[in-house]
Design a protein around this ligand. Structure first.
Ligand code: AP5
Ligand code: MG
Length: 214
């Protein structure tokens, strides 16, 4: 099964993708995570992407689509994909259709996380992740069980994203509205869009998605 998690910055795409990986044995394909890994490794893609990401703008359709293509090749046809943060433009949606066909896959669900943008700013500016395993946390909404220690791997190192400040977040939301939201009608016409209340508690959002996946 292949699904897209769609929603503005902070909607909970990454949080839910991690939970779905555990529940359904699917694989998260987050172009944001791939780009951040490229920035960290200092690859040519990373060097090109860094300033664009820090400004909250979109990296080119070609670069992100090549990253997705490579991941689909590596994971093989038997593992379900959770597309997180991709596609993000009408061009990417079109490219994804071609990539899925090329890899013998098809899209089962587009799950839109319905959220209140003002609340998202608080979510994002409070977000941090484990520097070792990537588990996500929040200053208020999801703290580790033992303060300063990752629940998952026991690491005591955490990090915050450079684009998680209020000004950049507001710009990322504007980019979402103008570039990404327009891809929804095309999926709606195919009858594969489901809407989930992304303002509910994290576990309730997961239950709602589980019910859609069956
Ligand atoms: P990307 O990494 O994809 O960021 P984003 O879309 O802006 O989304 P976020 O990761 O910020 O939010 P999320 O929905 O994953 O929320 P999360 O689960 O963490 O992209 C970053 C940049 O990379 C882009 O700006 C662009 O430059 C570039 N890029 C990436 N993909 C691209 C593409 N396809 N094309 C071009 N450029 C691309 O949750 C947020 C916080 O809220 C967490 O702390 C979490 O614990 C908390 N939380 C989650 N759910 C709940 C809940 N239900 N209740 C309370 N708290 C919650
Ligand atoms: Mg994310």
């Amino acid at each position: 099964m292949d699904i897209i998690l769609l929603g503005p910055p902070g909607a909970g795409k990454g949080t839910q993708a991690h939970r779905l990986m555990e529940h359904h044995g699917m694989r998260q394909l987050s172009t944001g995570d791939m780009l951040r890994a490229a920035v960290k490794a200092g690859t040519p893609v990373g060097i090109k992407a860094k300033a664009i990401m820090d400004a909250g703008e979109l990296v080119s359709d070609e670069i992100v689509s090549e990253l997705i293509d490579a991941e689909l090749t590596a994971m093989g046809p038997d593992t379900g994909a959770i597309f997180d943060g991709y596609p993000r433009t009408e061009k990417q949606a079109e490219i994804l259709d071609g990539l899925l066909a090329k890899h013998g896959r098809s899209l089962d669900h587009v799950i839109e996380l319905d959220v209140d943008e003002d609340a998202l700013v608080a979510r994002i500016t409070g977000r941090y992740t484990c520097a070792n395993c990537g588990e996500g946390y929040h200053d208020t909404f999801k703290q580790p069980e033992v303060e300063g220690v990752c629940d998952k791997c026991g690491s005591t190192e955490f990090k915050r994203r450079p684009d998680d400040n209020e000004e950049t977040v507001r710009h990322r939301m504007q980019v979402y509205r103008s570039e990404t939201a327009p891809i929804l009608p095309g999926y709606e016409a195919r009858g594969i869009v489901s809407r989930v209340d992304g303002m509910a508690a994290i576990g309730d959002v997961t239950h709602a998605i589980d019910a859609i996946l069956g």
